[in-house]
Structures are given as structure tokens and as C-alpha cells.
Design a protein around this ligand. Structure first.
Ligand code: 5GP
Length: 203
């Protein structure tokens, strides 16, 4: 049985760095590579960051039920392909999904055992500063992202955990602790517990 870790955050809250950090610290975690219709940015690689596909292709796949969840975000489609789950199960690893609030809602409905985590920036001012520091976006885009962040943040109460990202190292430690706690749940431990109990029964 694998566990899905669903992580959502407003853009600019440092989510990608955080996810990257936690994957370095915690073994047997794999990043779920989504499908998207948006164009690749910077160093992004097809098949590593996303699978980049056209709108028609995406719509056909969505129609065919290939996605575990999908949503339109900032005018582009994004979706988690069902095969990502099978691949993780085959490899015996847990899956980290960086998806938006709409996708997280769909996923929780389908897989209630998924562990959801919402990342909050320390304040609006801090988020604004981080968005400006990235300096990829125009003033207009920054303003829009701040408004969207305010909308997204309202959804925090649907998540199992909330993490305030003040400093990436400390946040990565916390996220790693959440993963470890989920892995220690009794229902996940059954296989490991059985042989231990048997040693007591045989005594
Ligand atoms: P970006 O274009 O900046 O990589 O991502 C934009 C937003 O899309 C982020 O909030 C990210 O979490 C979300 N996103 C990425 N992949 C998926 C996905 O497969 N499903 C959904 N619902 N959202 C996604």
C-alpha cells in the first residue's frame, strides 16, 4: 500500500524548493510528474518536470478517463495520470503530488487516505517580496498572483496539515516528519507488525 502526499500552495510560497528538499531527505518518495498544456519554462524537461502536451491531446485523455484528477489553472490544463500511481506501487515508493486546490479536492474524494498538506507563506508582504525576487513576472502578473493566492489560501481548512514556510530547512524537516508519521500509521504497519506478533505467540 502506498501513500499519496498531496501538496498545495499559492505560487511563490517556495513549494518547489521545499518538495525538492524533502525528497533529498526522505527515502522512497517519488515526485508525481503531471501532464500539462503549458509551455516548458527555463530548464524544464519533458518527462521530468511535466509531460508537455497539446490541448486537444489533453482533452482527449481527460475524456478517456486517463487522469486521476485534472484542473485548469492560469488558463492551462494540468492533470495527474493514473499510471503515476501504478508506477509508484510497482516501485514500492510513496508519491508526492504538487497540485492545485481543485485537484487536491478531487483526489481526496477518490482517495480519502491521501495525506494533504497546505503550504502557507508567512504573510502577504513576504509572498509579494518572493514573487518580486523571482523577477520572472510583470507587475500585472504579480498583482494577479497575489489575488489568486488570497483565493487559494481560503482552502487551507480542507487540508490535513498546514505548514508555514518561513525557512526552507525547517519546513523540509517538518514535511519529512509528516511523511514519517503517515508511514507509521497502524494500517501501514500491518505487514511489519505480523512477524513481531508471531514471535510473541510462539513463546
Ligand atoms: P506551474 O505552471 O507554476 O508549474 O504550476 C501551476 C499550478 O498548477 C501549481 O499550483 C501546481 O500545483 C498546479 N499543478 C501542477 N500539476 C498539477 C496537476 O497535475 N493537477 C492539478 N490539479 N494541478 C497541478
Amino acid at each position: 500500500m502506498i501513500t499519496l502526499f498531496v501538496i498545495s500552495a499559492p505560487s511563490g510560497s517556495g513549494k518547489s524548493t521545499l518538495v525538492h528538499e524533502v525528497m533529498k531527505r526522505v527515502p522512497r518518495l517519488r515526485f508525481s510528474v503531471s501532464y500539462t498544456t503549458r509551455a516548458p519554462r527555463g530548464q524544464e524537461q519533458n518527462g521530468t518536470d511535466y509531460f508537455f502536451i497539446g490541448r486537444e491531446d489533453f482533452e482527449a485523455r481527460a475524456e478517456a478517463g486517463e487522469f486521476l484528477e485534472w484542473a485548469e489553472v492560469f488558463g492551462n490544463y494540468y492533470g495527474t495520470h493514473c499510471s503515476e500511481l501504478d508506477r509508484a506501487a510497482d516501485e514500492g515508493v510513496d508519491l508526492v503530488l504538487d497540485i492545485d486546490v481543485q485537484g487536491a479536492r478531487q483526489l481526496k474524494q477518490k482517495i480519502p487516505a491521501a495525506v494533504s498538506i497546505f503550504i502557507l507563506p508567512p504573510s502577504r508582504g513576504e509572498l509579494e517580496q518572493r514573487l518580486r525576487a523571482r523577477s520572472q513576472d510583470s507587475e500585472q502578473v504579480i498583482e494577479r498572483r497575489l489575488q489568486e493566492a488570497a483565493e487559494e489560501i481560503r482552502n487551507y481548512s480542507n487540508y490535513d496539515y498546514v505548514l508555514v514556510n518561513r525557512e526552507v530547512g525547517a519546513s523540509a524537516e517538518r514535511l519529512a516528519a509528516i511523511v514519517e508519521a503517515a508511514r507509521s500509521r497502524r494500517d501501514r504497519m500491518e505487514r511489519e507488525i505480523r512477524p513481531i506478533l508471531e514471535t510473541f505467540n510462539n513463546a
